[in-house]
Every structure is written in C-alpha cells, then in structure tokens.
Ligand binder design. Structure first.
Ligand code: CA
Length: 389
C-alpha cells in the first residue's frame, strides 16, 4: 500500500494499527512512532529508526471550527451568486460529502497529533482554512474570527510544543480586524495573521485595509496570504475549465494579490511588514526576472519605489506547501535566499508521508536544511519560546 493510497483511505477520525505502523516506519523516527502508537492505544513494537536532527515545523497547516462550516453552508444557500468560486470549491469541504477533510480540519486533538507523529512533524503552524470568515457579513465574520482565535489559542496552550497559530480576522471591518490582531498576538499568544486572499473581490492593496497592515507591522505579526479561488470578477473561466483550484486558480489568485500589494507601495508604507505565501511562492520566484523587466517602476504614477524582487527578498517569505519538489525548493533558495524558504506540509489537504522523506533528502547542507525545516519558521513567526519547550 503506497503512502498516497493510505492517505486516501484515512477516514479522518481513526487510523488502523497497520496504518500507524506503516506510517511510523516511513516517517523515520522512533519517537514519532511511539507517540503515534501511544495516542492510538497500540503496542510499541515499532522499527528502530533514526530521528531527524532538526525539528520539522510545518508552516501552512489548516484547521477550522465546525461553526464556520455551518455558517458557510448557510451563506452559500442564501446568496449563491455572491461567491461563484467558493460554490465550486465547496464540494471538497461540505461535511455532508465524503472527502474526509472536515473531520480532520475541525480536530485539534489526539487524531491530529497522531497524524503529525506518524509523519514526523514536530509542530504545526495552524491557520483558519480558506475562505475562512471572509465570505460572511462583517459582524458575523468578526465574531466567528474571535471565537476561532480563542479555540485555537486554547489548543496552542494545551500543546505549546506541538501547535502555534495565526490570528484570523475579518477584513470586512478593518478597524475590528486591527484590534483583533493586537488581541490575538498580545493576549492570546498567536504568531501572525491569516488572510485567505480576496475578501468579496477586494485585496489588501486597497488602502481601506491598510489599518490591518499597520496593526500587523506594529505587532510584528507576519501576514500569511493563503489561496482561495480567484475573485468573482475573474473566476468564471477558471471554473468553466475546472482550473479554479491548486492547478492554476489558487496560485493566480495569490500571485495577483501579492504583486498588487507590491505595486500599490504597501512595503514602502510599511517597511517592516512581513508577508508569507505558500506553494513555492505561487509562481512568483520563477517569473521574477520577467516581473522585474516589465514592472513600470520608473513611471510617474507608479507607487512602489523599488522593483518587485527587492520586496521579495526583503519583506516576503515563501513555504513549499503542496510542492515537495527539490527543483522548486533549490530554485527558490537560490533566487530568494535560504533564509526565506520555509517547510510546510499543507495538512490535511496534502498529508503524504513520502513527501516528508523527499524533503529530508534535499541535496543541501545540514545547516540549510535546518533553516528550511526549523529555524526560518522560528525566526519569522517568533516561535523560539514554544519550539524549545
Ligand atoms: Ca493550504
């Protein structure tokens, strides 16, 4: 049984003993195997394998409270025309469906920890799964964001060496969102901000949202822009061609969002703001030469002072979520710097233990590998206190 088919067979709530043993052996750590076995009440007669000499911190891992799923359903049923992309995405998430994602997304307990153990993941950086609260009205989104932050912070307090989390906010109410960032970082101990890309077709490049960016910068809270399907004004051809997900639409959406922020001068106005994007930087590193060549930096009405590559190497970090592919990681490290590329698994959407092996086997030095798996995440998200627990 391959790791991939094993992953697809997971029901979401329980792993069989055979699955745990197979996964633990593949994960390559006795400790992880023992933890997984203990969590699931099975014996510890597991293979003796070597632990990794670095922590594996997975920096784009998804969760969501069940209340949000119920509210999503209500919104889609009542206003189906408002979110054409989300309607297309919903069939992957509907708890009434059979994808198995929802039980794993809503769980912050032993099953998630066992899955991490089986894959050798020491810590997850958790964030509210897309589209989060950004499809709700402002009051509903603000309330569900605050409640989800309380739940996530409690899980992080219960498992400080296994979980860290990002603050969810509703950009629909920028003032309340800015206050929630401060509460989330200072009172709840969360480590950054999750923005699930566009909010009703609008982007953080719009100055109406800059109060959020100001709060993120002031609280040293990196903003992680996670994909969702493209905004209503551009999603139709993507849906028509069934390309609104990870194959094209997600990446186009976040690359657009990131470049729009650069072009709007966000990083000149907020020079210490940190932005994190996943999936190998959503194509931007690969296209960076051409982006610079065609950037109208010298045009009088252009608002960014420097070329996009300047901000990509100064303000922006990337993870390899969904892309466990050595050529991409090596290229991104070469183009952006080894200090700017972070490991991520993308649990539960891409829970594939063989991909952990592939990243362990990257043909780079031990120092660079430790930065990739551990110390870049600790530095960017201020995890060091929890990570050394
Ligand atoms: Ca993800």
């Amino acid at each position: 049984m391959s790791a991939q088919s094993q992953h697809e067979d997971f029901a979401g709530n329980r792993f069989t003993r055979r699955q745990v043993l197979t996964a633990a052996a593949a994960a390559g750590t006795t400790l992880a195997a023992s933890r997984a076995a203990a969590q699931l009440g099975v014996s510890r007669d597991l293979p003796n394998v070597s632990p990794a000499p670095y922590k594996r911190i997975a920096a784009e891992e998804a969760w969501g409270p069940i209340e949000m799923f119920r509210e999503w359903k209500r919104v889609l049923d009542s206003n189906p025309a408002d979110e054409p992309g989300f309607i297309a995405l919903w069939r992957n998430l509907d708890p009434a469906g059979n994808t198995g994602f929802t039980p794993r997304l809503t769980d912050l307990g032993p099953n998630r920890l066992a899955a991490m153990d089986a894959a050798g993941i020491d810590m997850q950086l958790l964030m509210l799964t897309a589209p989060g609260v950004q499809v709700f009205d402002a009051a509903t989104g603000t309330a569900i964001a605050a409640d989800s932050n309380d739940q996530l912070a409690e899980a992080c307090r219960d498992h400080p060496d296994r979980y860290a989390g990002l603050v969810a906010v509703a950009p629909q109410d920028p003032r309340r969102a800015a206050l929630e960032i401060e509460r989330g970082v200072k009172a709840l101990g969360l480590k950054g901000v999750i923005i699930n890309s566009h909010t009703k077709g609008e982007y953080l490049s719009d100055q109406k949202f800059w109060e959020i960016l100001e709060a993120a910068e002031a609280n040293d809270a990196p903003i992680y822009i996670h994909p969702r399907e493209p905004s209503p004004a551009m999603v139709k051809p993507f849906v028509d061609h069934d390309m609104h997900r990870g194959d094209l639409g997600f990446g186009v959406e976040v690359a657009f969002h990131t470049q729009a922020m650069i072009y709007a001068g966000v990083f000149d106005r907020f020079p210490d703001l940190k932005l994190v994007i996943g999936h190998g930087g959503e194509g931007i590193p690969y296209n960076l030469y051409r982006i610079d060549r065609t950037h109208p930096v010298r045009r009088p009405d252009q608002r960014s002072k420097e070329l996009p590559s300047y901000y990509m190497r100064k303000n922006i970090y990337i993870t390899n979520s969904g892309v466990a592919w050595a050529p991409m990681v090596l290229f991104a490290q070469q183009v952006l710097g080894v200090d700017r590329v972070l490991y991520a698994m993308d649990y539960p959407y891409q829970y594939d233990i063989e991909e952990v092996h592939a990243m362990d086997a990257l043909p780079i030095s031990y120092d660079d590998k430790k930065m990739f798996f551990q110390t870049n995440a600790e530095r960017v998200f201020n995890l060091s206190a929890a990570a050394t627990t």
